[in-house]
Design a protein around this ligand. Structure first.
Ligand code: PEP
Length: 247
C-alpha cells in the first residue's frame, strides 16, 4: 500500500496561504516524485481552491470534519456531500480537538464516517489516548474501544484510514518513543485484522502528533506506520515537503 501523508491546517489559512500550496506543488513537481499520496485538509473556506490548485501537482484536498446528516437545519456545519462537491476526496473525522471541543463520542464519529463513505469520501478516523490514560496503562484499551466504536462496518467494502494520534503529542513537540509507536500500531493492526480479516491488513494506519521534518524519517519507518497526519508542520511547504520526502 502506498503511504499517505495528510496535512491538517486546522483553523489556519487565508487566501494568501494558497501561496504555500503553490510552493508545495512546485517542490512536488520539480523534486523527486513523492512515494506517498499527499492530502491537504485546509479550512472549508479554502477547500475548493485547494482542490482546484492542487490537481495539477497531485495534491488531493480533504475536509477537516463533516456532519453526519446530508443536509438540514445545522447552522455552521458542513455535510460530506458539500465537501465532495467542493472537490474533497478525504475527510478527517474524530480528531481529538473535535472530540474535546465539541464533545464528539465515538458513535458520532462512526456516523460521520458513514456519511463520508456515503458521499464517496474516504474518512480518516482519528483515535488516541490522553496522557493520563497512557500513564494509567490504559492506552491500548482506550484506543481499542475507540476503534471498535468509531469504524463503521462499511469499512469492509469501502476505504477508510485510521490515524493514531496520542492526544498528549498533538501540538506539544512531544512524541511517543519508536517502541511505543510500534506497539500501538501493531495493536491497531491486530484489531483491524480481527474485525475485517484480510481487508484489515490493507487499512492504512497513520501516525499523528508532532510529526516534524526532524523525526519523520524514523517515525515513518516504523512497521505498520503507513503514513502521517501532520498539523503544525503542514503549514509551511518546505517542512511538509521534507516530511513527504522522508517516506
Ligand atoms: C493534528 O492535529 O492532527 C496533529 C498531528 O498536529 P501536530 O502535528 O501539530 O501535532
Amino acid at each position: 500500500m502506498s503511504p499517505l501523508i495528510a496535512g491538517n491546517w486546522k483553523m489556519n489559512g487565508l487566501t494568501h496561504s494558497l501561496d504555500e500550496l503553490s510552493e508545495l506543488a512546485r517542490l512536488l513537481t520539480t523534486g523527486e516524485a513523492p512515494r506517498a499520496l499527499v492530502v491537504v485538509c485546509p479550512p472549508a473556506t479554502l477547500l475548493a481552491a485547494v482542490a482546484a490548485q492542487g490537481a495539477s501537482s497531485g495534491i488531493i484536498a480533504g475536509g477537516q470534519d463533516c456532519h453526519a446528516n446530508a443536509s438540514g437545519a445545522h447552522t455552521g456545519d458542513i455535510s460530506a456531500g458539500m465537501l465532495a462537491d467542493a472537490g474533497a476526496q478525504y475527510v478527517i473525522v474524530g480528531h481529538s480537538e473535535r472530540r474535546n471541543d465539541h464533545a464528539e463520542t465515538s458513535d458520532t464519529v462512526r456516523a460521520k464516517a458513514e456519511a463520508a463513505i456515503g458521499s464517496g469520501l474516504k474518512p480518516i478516523i482519528c483515535v488516541g489516548e490522553t496522557e493520563s490514560q497512557r500513564d494509567a496503562g490504559e492506552a491500548e484499551s482506550v484506543v481499542a474501544g475507540q476503534l471498535a466504536a468509531s469504524i463503521p462496518d462499511a469499512a469492509e467494502q469501502h476505504e477508510v484510514i485510521v490515524a493514531y494520534e496520542p492526544v498528549w503529542a498533538i501540538g506539544t513537540g512531544r512524541t511517543p518513543t519508536l517502541d511505543e509507536i510500534s506497539q500501538m500500531h501493531n495493536a491497531i493492526r491486530a484489531r483491524l485484522a480481527d474485525r475485517f480479516g484480510e481487508r484489515g491488513e490493507t487499512i492504512r494506519i497513520l501516525y499523528g502528533g508532532s510529526l516534524k521534518p526532524q523525526n519523520a524519517r524514523e517515525i515513518l519507518g516504523v512497521d505498520n506506520v503507513n503514513g502521517g497526519l501532520v498539523g503544525g508542520a503542514s503549514l509551511l511547504a518546505k517542512d511538509f515537503y521534507t516530511i513527504i520526502s522522508a517516506v
